[in-house]
Write a protein that binds this ligand. Sequence first.
Ligand SMILES: C[S@@+](CC[C@H](N)C(=O)[O-])C[C@H]1O[C@@H](n2cnc3c(N)ncnc32)[C@H](O)[C@@H]1O
Length: 262
Amino acid sequence: MSCLEVNKVYFADVMDFIPKLDDASIDLAIVDPPYNLSKEGWDRFADDKAYFDFTFKWIDLLLPKLKSNCSLYLFNTPFNSAIILNYLNDKDIVFRNWITWYKKDGFSATKKKYVNTQETILFYTKTLSYTFNYNDIRQPYDSTQRIMYAAKKGILKNGKRWFPNENGKLCNDVWQITSQRHKQKVNGKVKKAIHPTVKPREMIERIILASSNENDLVLDLFSGSGMTSIVSKSLNRRYIGCECEKAYVDYIESEGIEIGRL
Ligand SMILES: C[S@@+](CC[C@H](N)C(=O)[O-])C[C@H]1O[C@@H](n2cnc3c(N)ncnc32)[C@H](O)[C@@H]1O
């Protein structure tokens, strides 16, 4: 890493930070940017054009920094993700999954349309050769009784006897994970948190376990509360992040992550 040190979150603007990363240095990029929902000052843009100009600019800066075996996960609303997917369609990068995060918590209560209870995670890889540790993210089977029966006798499928995997089924592309905001409610009321959009720890763990190995370098681009860096550290991955709001940077430091400056 030329002028940047790993295992730090930098207190900086992404537009200044990304150019300082070495080309082809990142093994896994987890990017949770502003969504243009006016949640906070950092999430407010003059209009949609300003938002997508900003988004496409950091995407263009980021792509050369990904190693050939890199995986990229991009969070956003379904609407914004559709536009980002369309933009990435012309780029030298391979689409893998449109992951729906069903978060059991809405953006708003509304009686004029269906309540939004999902976010999107676009999963890309730089090339066809990449890490995917599917055994590390197996999920419990749904029908426990049938699985108990199958574990003893097997189930006949296409002439072969199938036995369930004792570590669970393969992970699918709809992730039911309760949002941090919902988890922190007390008697149904939202408690003020250090950051308004912290991603659930188990979700970040799943991504890191699936798409990296120990000692790989994880990029935590819009760090927020630093969840991606904190989880990377606990799973023995190297990490490097960037966050521009002082209050969040102070919180990240209080969680034992070193802060860097450009
Ligand atoms: C959606 S939040 C990330 C939340 C994070 N994933 C977590 O789990 O805590 C986006 C973050 O990007 C930061 N941000 C917005 N614009 C930025 C910029 N230009 N440079 C660096 N950070 C920025 C915001 O301060 C905010 O904390």
